[in-house]
Design a binder for this molecule. Structure first.
Ligand SMILES: C[S@@+](CC[C@H](N)C(=O)[O-])C[C@H]1O[C@@H](n2cnc3c(N)ncnc32)[C@H](O)[C@@H]1O
Length: 282
């Protein structure tokens, strides 16, 4: 089984950064909000953390919506996509942190709001609890946890009409699903995140699953194709090399080329986005 460290290689090139930016803006466009409207922002000295912040773009956009006295802290296991400090609003700080490791005491109970965006590929064996325990520890009593996630397992090829054939998309779907399952990266846990938050003592304020709209299907499919291409090149091909019964590197690349061609003819990679908002007891 590959480790998160190996999978991180796939996340550190500039193509990944471009995808993170695009997904962030598409997400806001699809849900209609940057932060859930039930989360109060009209207070001075708010402390807000964005965990697995990637490029920091969620905080950069949030800085326009909160009082200037807010402290906005972004954390990620890698600083590969952090913009230079000089380019960020003065109240944003980005630092390295492994959100699955024990927290430093000074972070415990510090934040009014903790946001997490799209860490599905880093949660192993359907168990988000190591991360979730830390997210909750970061919060003050009465604090809000806002978790935006992709139900990657719900991804499926959908043709615009029955006349559009998609055998390679189907093949990739089967192979991809088998690979993700074998590597402990299934995402069924996303669909029950509300129950999980309740089990950990949070009050669930809202929980929704939204299919990507047809209006967003084209750019969403393009970003998924870019991610698939990178993932196959950097993670799947190396893990299949020399193993009997697995597609060769050339077979994987051929599959990707054909999948892209099918999508260009009118197949979307449909997927659901899921968000949950929970509140700790005051
Ligand atoms: C798909 S990106 C999402 C980035 C950002 N939240 C966004 O929506 O643009 C996933 C991020 O999770 C980070 N990550 C993975 N494992 C992590 C961990 N254990 N602790 C903190 N960050 C982690 C990766 O480095 C990457 O930046």
């Amino acid at each position: 089984m590959s480790t998160n460290k190996e999978i991180l290689a796939f996340n550190e090139d500039i193509g990944s950064a471009a995808r993170f930016y695009m997904q962030h803006w598409m997400w806001v466009s699809e849900t209609g909000f940057l932060i859930h409207p039930h989360v109060p922002l009209n207070r001075e000295n708010l402390k807000i953390a964005d965990i697995a912040c990637g490029t920091g773009i969620w905080l950069v956009d949030l800085a326009k919506k909160v009082p200037e006295t807010s402290q906005l802290d972004g954390f990620d296991i890698s600083s590969a996509h952090f913009p230079p400090r000089e380019w960020l609003p003065q109240n944003i700080n980005l630092s390295i942190l492994d959100a699955s490791a024990p927290l430093l005491d000074q972070l415990v109970g510090k934040y009014d709001i903790v946001h997490i965006g799209r860490i599905v590929f880093f949660i192993r064996n359907e168990d988000p609890s190591i991360f979730l325990k830390n997210f909750i520890k970061l919060l003050k009593p009465g604090g809000y946890l806002c978790w935006d996630e992709l139900d990657a397992g719900a991804m499926r090829p959908v043709p615009v009409s029955s006349s559009v054939q998609h055998p390679f998309c189907d093949k990739m779907d089967r192979f991809g699903r088998a690979w993700f399952t074998a590597h402990g990266l299934s995402s069924n846990w996303v669909g029950t995140l509300d129950k999980t938050l309740q089990d950990f003592g949070l009050e669930v304020i809202d929980f929704k699953r939204i299919p990507i709209s047809n209006a967003m299907a084209k750019p969403w499919t393009i970003t998924q194709l870019m991610a698939t291409q990178d993932f196959i090149e950097n993670d799947i091909i190396p893990s299949c090399e020399g193993k009997e019964g697995r597609p060769s590197a050339e077979e994987w690349r051929e599959m990707v080329r054909n999948v892209i061609a099918e999508c260009q003819k009118g197949v979307k990679l449909a997927m659901d986005i899921v968000y949950v908002v929970g509140k700790t007891h005051a």
